[in-house]
Write a protein that binds this ligand. Sequence first.
Ligand code: SAM
Length: 270
Amino acid sequence: MADETPAAAKLNTLVPHPARIYDYWLGGKDNFEADRRVAEAVKIASPGVVQGVRDNRAFLGRAVRFLAEQGITQFLDIGTGIPTQNNTHEVAQAVNPAARVVYVDNDPIVMVHARALLRGTPEGRTAYVEADLRDPDAVLTHPDTLATLDFDRPIAVVIVGTLMFIKDEDDPFGIVKRYTDAVVPGSYLAVTHVTGDFARDSLEAFAEAYNTGPVPLTLRTGAEISRFFDGFELVEPGMAALSEWRTDPDEVPFLADRVHGGYGAVGRKL
Ligand SMILES: C[S@@+](CC[C@H](N)C(=O)[O-])C[C@H]1O[C@@H](n2cnc3c(N)ncnc32)[C@H](O)[C@@H]1O
């Protein structure tokens, strides 16, 4: 049975939550003392984290714009986060006002902001589904998903900055496959994921500090992350450090001392 508890009543602000910790690092206001405590502890352990989350958010914008420019008009954005600048529907609808987006998240605070996510172009369409991504059936068969996306046409599955919250024992590869099996060839998958491949000590310190909170985070290697793209052909430049994936020429230039903390990639379903 659907949970009809109002979103605001489900908020427990005493428990840190990934969406709010991320919001704090991005300079947002939708975070609470418990989130800020974890966020600050992680910053001390791994000072590159703020640059890393900005790199992640910038990747999301470039990837969605790239996909819209490829003619993709439908997006399933899983692990939406709290609305900020350059939300998926804004970037996609700037390229094609008719673009449609279904957002999925399990943090009730995102639900509180759903109105902001649902305000798209008149030609396009956006929907917000509150669900746990580990339950692909709940997402894929949700009436709002089915009313917004046409699964007979290509869809971009966008899971950015989120899969590190899915533990190995929950089978992240099997979960992603359920989503990618549901879309037709010519669809796309966009993923970012934290990794210790570039800066092991800093990222291990990051994970250790983060994991004092209730949602543990798993670092994965590039080889592991590439498994999400089984059956997909990666677009150029393949899997890359976040700030090096199709970077705009006018973006902040590469900093020599930048700590790469994540990979990003986009693939096309064969
Ligand atoms: C770091 S934010 C990323 C937001 C956005 N995709 C971006 O990259 O800017 C991760 C998001 O994943 C969501 N999330 C984590 N675990 C989830 C789960 N099991 N089901 C649905 N959403 C989840 C969190 O609530 C949070 O909003």
